[in-house]
Design a protein around this ligand. Structure first.
Ligand code: BG6
Length: 466
């Protein structure tokens, strides 16, 4: 790749790479001893809930093609990559016996990455609850916290000699929203009390895993990955400001404050108390959470959340949802990703980093997901078979400029991972929105082709900037 003038140079050792998750990429959903997780099961029961009726069975075949994929990662300049472990592959019953074939698979993946000088960032839970545990209540049940601690310890002892960056959860609020509030994950309940309980247990499981990791003294870092979606008020009217503050407490600070500061945001606690929704917990839980905060924070950022004060008195008989306190605000003139229907607001990434610097002790962090989903991306494929995704290059550049500025002002941000390495299966959206540096041909055995953005990323990584 020819050298060009570098206008935005990043600090030495910046982490360039991408992120992905097990269920979305591995395929082999029922092979080599893997048991069902909630996605396998939900798809079996209700295939019509998934875009074009495509389920998690095959996904992008990383299980079979990981060597080729890791080679491609190297080819497009990755020095790091985040994957997740499939809990239902490694411990098919959720708790108990290890599946040795799964242990060997993850060991091989880690070794292959290290052989290519790509640092593995390993996440333990990315939306994929083993069905056996969901049957006994999933995150609503305290037993799942015990099972998660056991699973985490198993992973640390199997792979912790080589893996030095661990994450307990990816976007832990999403399974709560999807499974217990807004009906886009199994078990499709709409039950605020369960949502709060599941959220509390998830946070407790994070603290337990952090504690277990520290006790092992494995000389690495452990963190959590949060989708931080800045809440912007429609105006500076006090009611709009209050709406934004409450939305922020529900959707950002609910996980950010306990994970980083060890405490729960008082606005949220007050609401839960007033509305009668405080979770059940045991005497030592709060102390455990307080004493076991994370080392490293992953920040996923796609779009902002704009809110305004409620326009109508909420129906007191409707199920209780956070939206009782604010309405979404559609800002006129906003910039859109028309292919996905999400707003693009690049400065949001800077606002998050500044907030972390000013209010969260400038905790060490990195951009763990950011990316642009495009439906019907095949239409951008040229006669040489390359997807000309200039829009994605533009998207990444514009966000990186704000990251660069935040670094200049002292933010402790160590890297940028795109969502995602290759096109993958995205839950109920299946293969609708393509995000990868690499396209995957679903009709043709999953053949891979590097997109223009992948080639461009190589030059960014080589030059440590653009
Ligand atoms: C992220 C999740 O929030 O969004 C990923 O961590 C997901 O798992 C991605 O695939 C994109 O979502 P969608 O709905 O646009 O395909």
């Amino acid at each position: 790749m020819t050298e060009s003038v570098v206008q935005y140079r990043f600090p030495e050792g910046f982490w360039w790479g991408s992120s992905a998750s097990a269920t979305q990429t591995e395929g082999a959903a029922d092979r080599d001893g893997k048991s069902q997780n909630i996605w396998d099961y939900w798809y079996e029961r209700e295939p019509s809930r998934f875009f074009n009726g495509v389920g998690p069975g095959d996904t992008s075949r990383f299980y079979d093609k990981y060597k080729e994929d890791i080679r491609l990662m190297k080819e497009i300049g990755h020095n790091s990559f985040r994957l997740s472990i499939s809990w239902s592959r490694l411990i098919p019953d959720g708790t108990g016996e290890i599946n040795q074939k799964a242990a060997a698979f993850y060991q091989n993946v880690i070794d292959e990455m290290l052989a290519h000088h790509i640092e593995p960032f390993v996440n333990l839970f990315h939306f994929d609850m083993p069905l056996a545990l969901q049957r006994s209540g999933g995150w609503v049940s305290r037993n799942t916290v015990d099972a998660f601690e056991h699973y985490a310890k198993t992973c640390f002892s199997l792979f912790g000699g080589k893996v030095k960056k661990w994450f307990t959860h990816n976007e832990p609020i999403v399974p709560i929203e999807g499974g217990y509030l807004y009906d886009f994950h199994y078990p499709n309940h709409v039950n605020f009390q369960e949502a709060v309980q599941a959220g509390f247990h998830t946070l407790l499981s994070n603290a337990r895993a952090v504690k277990a990791y520290r006790e092992l003294k494995q000389d690495g870092q452990i963190g959590i990955i949060l989708n931080l979606t800045p809440s912007y008020p429609r105006s500076s009217h006090p009611e709009d400001l209050k709406a934004a503050r409450i939305a922020d407490a529900f959707f950002n600070r609910s996980f950010l404050d306990p994970a980083v500061k060890g405490e729960f945001p008082s606005e949220l606690v007050e609401i839960l108390k007033a509305e009668g929704f405080l979770p059940r917990y045991e005497k030592d839980d709060l102390r455990l959470i307080q004493e076991h905060t994370i080392d490293l924070l992953g920040v996923n950022y796609y779009q902002p959340r704009r809110v305004k004060a409620k326009e109508h008195v909420p129906n007191p008989h409707a199920p209780f949802l956070p939206e009782r306190f604010f309405d979404p605000y559609v800002m006129p003139g906003r910039k859109m990703n028309p292919h996905r229907g999400w707003e693009i607001y690049e400065k949001g990434i800077y606002d998050i980093l500044t907030n972390l610097r000013e209010h969260y002790g400038n905790i060490e962090c990195f951009i763990s997901e950011n990316g642009m989903g495009v439906e019907g991306e095949e239409r951008f494929r040229d006669e040489d078979g390359i997807i000309q995704d200039d829009y994605r290059i533009e998207f990444i550049k514009e966000h990186l400029k704000w990251v660069h500025r935040a670094i200049g002002e002292g933010s402790n941000v160590k890297g940028y991972h795109l969502w995602t390495f290759m096109d993958n299966w995205s839950w109920t959206n299946a293969y609708k929105n393509r995000y990868g540096f690499v396209s995957v041909n679903l009709e043709n055995g999953g053949g891979r082709t590097v997109k223009k953005s992948g080639r461009w990323f190589k030059s960014v990584s080589d030059q440590n900037g653009f």
